[in-house]
Ligand binder design. Sequence first.
Ligand code: APR
Length: 236
Amino acid sequence: MAEINRIVILTGAGISAESGIDTFRSAGGLWEQHKVEDVATPEGFARDPDLVLGFYDMRREALAKVEPNPAHRALAKLEAEFAGEFLLVTQNVDDLHERGGSRQVLHMHGELKSALCTSCEIRSPWDDTMANRPPCPVCQAPTLRPDVVWFGEMPYQMERIYGALGSADLFVSIGTSGAVYPAAGFVQEARQSGAQTLELNLEPSEGTHFFHEARHGPAGELVPRWVDEVLGAALS
Ligand code: APR
């Protein structure tokens, strides 16, 4: 294995599947149960805020009932023991990376446990329902929305992500279908900057042909094994 000093990891819904959280595009997944345009767009929120707030309240409640799995914990171990630079970017809005022990997690699509006030535009930690229109903790206006990036909105911290991709030695994509940009384009960005690229996913993703290497299977098995390899190689 070539010397690895800077690692960027991207995770998606597949890393939380074994914890019992539905993915979006699998059979019976969230986007089969709900219409994307109704619950994950600013237009849908304007049209029917009760439906949208109820949807994210339901997901927040479901999150309280699940636990991180070995894949989450393995990434926390890698963050703690890897001597080089490490950035974990997730598309997930759950907090299972943090509950699995990860300290620095960049949530590019926002977080279920955060509220965004559409009056003062301040984000506040949030672990309760929103459908009852609670007051914003900062300005008291009853105008909270889920702090989740919807389709048509700009993901968070894109400059920082592209900066890290531009100097990475290794880019690893875990549990994502590669169906949604800009995240689906990260592998090409990293590759263009000379990074090695690896896909760890249950099945080939839409962008699997862009990766130098792809391993397919459950993240709960693939990720701990891969982390042991990286840490083992670092010792030898
Ligand atoms: N282990 C590894 N991979 C898995 C597992 C598992 N146990 N279970 C499912 N997968 C894989 C699937 O094969 C699929 O490729 O995870 C991927 C999940 O894909 P999606 O449901 O499309 O989720 P994701 O890629 O995270 O979606 C991207 O789309 O809906 C928006 O904003 C939302 O962040 C989300 C974005």
